[in-house]
Ligand binder design. Structure first.
Ligand code: ADP
Ligand code: MG
Length: 684
């Protein structure tokens, strides 16, 4: 296996220009050629006569050129006519080189590959692939693979490079033989050989069918490599050292007594899972998932108290100033009465306040630091950071999380990541498989479901009336202005205009405005006024998307809902329905709607469960965007498809730990084959 690994991992040797192009295709080391598989196939194994060649598929015909001329009307083009013993056929080229013209001179014998269409002047092939024939030339004995490529790298060159590697690379199987049999998978070598140079009994259609055993094998191997590397990343983390955080429970009990509610069963359960992790001497990496409004903040507060009772510090980070500030207010409201010092740290603080906050963090008097990514900065030093909590973790990059890890000093801080964007099961099983996950699967009691309405924007008047009635009942309303991706200035202007218009339409109400350009202090002031019900209607840009919590707000109006993504709509809608009042979300849309916008609005209208929405979102968008920050550094799947290949994913997931235990050599060989040099991508 050593020799195998050596040849497999040798860097590609090629002229610099070629190497650059190969790099673009992801081919860096020699084994990458083996895994560079065809997109489709062309059939040059069968020669048709012109008269018998069928329509509707690419065919190979052979004949003698009987006419060849460049025409200029209606545009410049090369028209060629060939003839065999059964008939004639036109070949038409709109782009052509002089060399092709020469190749197609009258009297030459050629083979042409392409689809025959009925043309104005009779049957023709447009831009056929042309090959000159010497009398008695044999036909190809297998289908011709067509590879993904880039400009400047032709199929024949790529084909030659790949064929050469296939001859020398060790294609020995990396699956334990009994597992391969149990899973009914074909041999690896057979699979890649078949896909690169198929035998005659396979049609082009067979070969591109994802259910073909050869493809099943490659998909499985790819998923297995991913699972193995996730397991290894997980193991590596568990080798790290962390402070065991076990508190007396005294502060927690006092907070519980002061709360106007009791934790739900789901909240207590996840808290117990977190507690068990915190008590260990290796760092926790736990993702706490809970739909919008499920009550993650109090769980975070309780977890923080364990660390604080154990004598260490806690950092809580949120992706936006507004959200961080809300957390600060809420948490200091809960913890200050217990004598726990909470400090606030954000980029917007004045220098003096910032220095002061940092000093409190450094000397350990601040037990909990709440803030934005300012907490990550190098000059922030903790006396003894035991636990780092990251809210809305998917909004932070991997790099930022890494920076936080280092703040723990010698021992690593435990990490609790919270997210309201539910990860669909397939993603959780694959790209997030290295994290432990806790799920709050129950909303606090006493909530009434939110009623969602889709309303055409030309009925805005009725919506304004609805706002008036809602406020008359003592409730409050959010009005979210459209997202304008192309121009922040325009977005701001729209918000200002909307605010002015609504203030005019609803003179009896106090109408506030919050947007991204306000200074953090101003933003906080508006939000606080809204929280105190001094403002009844809050006009906002999408800055209120995450985490804002005003239980008395029972109506959310979203303008141009068709421009927003599903996760965003779900988050926005979750701002209401937090109290006992019956809540509504009005989605205003403008016609005409694109197909994708229609699909999204239908999903948000029909579903309230965040997991289902996320699953649908994944179907509509594919996993790329969903992965967000994770995506950087994580090799995306090339062959497997998370939705289609769920069964394979489940098998790979089950096999990975077993293989690491019972066949570590094969596991290593498998990882080398698939992910050489990239297996440590998840050290965060
Ligand atoms: P999210 O999970 O979206 O961050 P929050 O932590 O902001 O949700 O909680 C939403 C609202 O529910 C807050 O007003 C919070 O005080 C309240 N809440 C949390 N837990 C409970 C509970 N067990 N019973 C009643 N209300 C709760
Ligand atoms: Mg929250």
């Amino acid at each position: 296996m050593d020799v195998f690994a050596d040849i497999a991992n040798q860097p590609v040797v090629a002229a610099p220009a070629t190497a650059k192009r190969l790099e673009k295709l992801g081919i860096r080391r020699r084994f990458d050629f083996v895994l560079h598989l065809p997109l489709r196939y062309e059939d040059e194994t069968h020669l048709y006569t012109i008269a018998d060649a069928p329509y509707g598929q690419a065919v190979l015909v052979e004949g003698e050129v009987i006419a060849s001329e460049v025409q200029f009307k209606p545009r410049r083009q090369l028209l060629v006519q060939i003839e065999d013993r059964t008939g004639t056929l036109n070949l038409r080229f709109i782009h052509f080189y002089p060399s092709q013209q020469k190749q197609l001179a009258k009297g030459r014998r050629v083979r042409a590959l392409g689809e025959i269409k009925r043309g104005y002047h009779g049957d023709e092939i447009i831009h056929p692939k042309i090959r000159e024939v010497i009398e008695g030339d044999a036909l190809a004995d297998h289908l011709t693979p067509i590879y993904p490529t880039v400009n400047g790298l032709t199929q024949p060159v790529l084909r030659r490079l790949i064929a050469a590697e296939l001859k020398v690379q060790d294609l020995a199987d990396t699956l334990p033989v009994e597992e391969r049999r149990r899973l009914d998978l074909v041999d690896f070598a057979d699979a890649v050989r078949l896909l690169h140079s198929p035998t005659p009994e396979y049609s082009a259609k067979d070969l591109t069918n994802p259910a073909l055993p050869a493809w099943q094998r490659l998909k499985f191997d790819e998923l297995l490599a991913q699972q193995l590397s996730m397991r290894l990343a997980y193991r590596a983390r568990r080798k790290g050292r962390a402070l065991p955080l076990v508190g007396s429970g005294a502060l927690r009990r006092r907070l519980a007594e002061a709360l106007p509610f009791a934790l739900t069963g789901a909240q207590s359960r996840v808290l117990a899972e977190i507690d068990a992790d915190l008590a260990r001497t290796h760092p926790m990496h736990r993702l706490l998932q809970g739909d919008v409004g499920s009550g993650k903040t109090i769980v975070a507060a309780m977890a923080a108290l364990s660390a604080i009772e154990a004598g260490h510090q806690v950092a809580l980070m949120a992706p936006t100033e507004i959200l961080a500030e809300q957390h600060y207010l809420k948490l200091s409201g809960w913890l200050s009465p217990l004598g726990v010092e909470v400090v606030w740290l954000s980029g917007s603080l004045k220098k003096k306040q910032k220095t002061e906050a940092m000093a409190r963090i450094a000397d350990g008097s601040a037990r909990l630091a709440v803030g934005t990514h300012a907490l990550f900065q190098d000059d922030v030093a903790f006396a003894s950071l035991g636990l780092a909590i990251v809210d809305e973790q998917h909004r932070f990059g991997v790099g930022q999380r890494l920076a936080l890890k280092d703040k723990g000093g010698e021992a690593q801080a435990h990490q609790l990541m919270m997210s309201a964007t539910p990860i669909p099961r397939t993603l959780a099983m694959s790209f997030y498989a290295d994290l432990d996950v806790s799920v709050i699967d129950e909303l606090p009691p006493g909530r009434t479901p939110i009623v969602t309405k889709l309303i055409n924007a030309n009925r805005r008047d009725e919506v304004v009336e609805f706002v008036r009635r809602t406020v008359a009942e003592g409730r409050q309303v959010y009005w979210v202005c459209p997202l304008i991706e192309e121009s922040e200035a325009l977005e701001l202007q729209t918000a200002v205009d909307t605010h002015a218009q609504l203030a005019e339409d609803l003179p009896e109400l106090k109408v506030g405005l919050v947007h991204g350009r306000l200074k953090p202090a101003e933003k906080a002031e508006v939000m606080a006024a809204f929280a105190r019900n001094e403002l009844q209607l809050l006009v906002a840009t999408t800055v209120i998307e995450v985490g804002v919590d005003v239980p008395n707000a029972s109506l959310m109006v979203i303008e141009h809902a068709e421009r927003m993504g599903l996760a965003q709509l779900h988050q926005l809608r979750g701002r209401v329905g937090r109290g006992a009042a019956r809540s509504s979300c009005v989605l205003l849309f403008e016609t005409p709607l694109s197909e994708i916008a229609k699909a999204r609005l239908k999903v948000i209208y029909e579903n309230t469960d965040g997991f289902e929405i996320a699953r649908q979102d994944l179907l509509i968008r594919g996993p790329g965007e969903f992965l967000g920050a994770r995506q950087s550094g994580v090799p995306m799947l090339r062959f497997a498809n998370l939705e289609e290949d769920l069964a394979l994913l489940e098998e790979a997931r089950a096999l990975a730990p077993q293989m690491l235990k019972e066949h570590p050599g094969l596991a290593e060989a498998h990882l080398t084959r698939w992910l050489a040099g990239r297996e440590h991508f998840l050290e965060a």
